[in-house]
Design a binder for this molecule. Structure first.
Ligand code: L34
Length: 283
């Protein structure tokens, strides 16, 4: 039976560290504010945004809630982002994705000032990550690295395989693993003989967006398996991209869903908001 990597415990550590830093800032008269923008009432987004607001409260970050109707125009949303960009009391801006179809997500993401982009989605921050400059690193990928590091799993020199090449997970996770001196391979929907590649992985990060896609025949005995997927079935039960029951005895370590990467996304948002005080100062 594999080590079950306890995302909740690691997320709690990170939130506690943030809470201490935020308290120290408060003593210097510095208050941190996160603007949380949600459009519509997607049930999954409701849960995620709520978890973020609760975490803010715990850590001591002020959160401003903007709940916009599904019918809001792109122009109105962009105007709100611009207002928040120009508000010196706002340190971080989060526009929860997905947005409704009539709104161009890229346009909105790119409108957020890179200095307030606590999601790390702006091309400036994505570029900074790829050339090793300081900046905001997006929360889910940063959470994957923290899960590994805080579980004592060595990345340097290891064969790391990332399944999936999305802009918000696959690509940034692979950049981060490379920064940690892993030997990184990225697989995707056009990859041939995929299992031959994934079976080489010492560390397998799965972000394919398909429920229980990865079974034990994808992995090497003893591999570390990080499951980024999250899916809800008709009875509201959650599962990941990995068939946990099938993989858990073969893996050396594995993250559960829920209680794995998802909770780390929220913790790393708190970490980015805490770091925003310094990043906001930077030219
Ligand atoms: N702008 N949009 C923006 N930033 C993000 O970082 C996100 N993401 C993804 C979706 N859209 C976004 C999130 O917040 C995914 N995501 C997210 C956040 C929290 C959780 C999962 C995904 C989470 O709290 N997961 C819990 C269970 C939640 C449940 O009951 O559904 C877990 O234990 O995995």
């Amino acid at each position: 039976m594999a080590l079950i990597i306890d995302g909740k415990k690691i997320a709690a550590q990170i939130k506690d560290e943030c809470r201490e830093k935020v308290a120290a800032y408060k003593e210097q008269g510095i208050e941190i504010t996160l603007a949380v923008v949600q459009v519509g009432h997607d049930p999954a987004s409701n849960v995620y945004v709520n978890n973020k607001k609760k975490a803010c409260e715990y850590v001591g970050i002020r959160s401003l809630s903007y709940e916009l109707e599904e019918t809001v125009t792109e122009e109105e949303l962009l105007a709100l982002v611009e207002k928040l960009n120009n508000d010196p009391t706002v340190n971080g801006i989060l526009v929860q994705l997905p947005l409704p179809e009539h709104i161009d997500e890229n346009k909105v993401t790119f409108a957020i000032s890179p200095k307030k982009d606590v999601d790390g989605f702006h091309p400036y921050n994505v570029g900074a990550l790829s050339i090793g400059l300081k900046g905001y690193v997006s929360c889910t990928p940063a959470g994957v690295i923290q899960l590994l590091k805080r579980s004592g799993i060595e990345i340097a020199g290891k064969n790391c395989v990332v399944m999936g090449r999305s802009n918000i997970v696959g690509k940034p996770v692979s950049m981060l693993l490379l920064r940690e001196n892993g030997t990184v391979t990225v697989t995707h929907s056009k990859t041939e003989n995929i299992k031959e590649i994934t079976r080489q992985a010492d560390i397998l990060v799965v972000a394919v967006g398909k429920p229980r896609f990865v079974t034990s025949d994808f992995i090497k005995e003893g591999a570390v398996v990080i499951d980024v997927g999250i899916h809800r079935n008709a009875d509201n039960k959650l599962c990941g991209d990995v068939d946990f029951e099938d993989v858990k005895d073969k893996a050396g370590a594995i993250t559960p869903v829920p209680g794995g990467v998802g909770v780390m996304t929220v913790a790393m948002l708190m970490s980015n908001c805490t770091a925003s005080v310094e990043i906001n100062e930077r030219a």
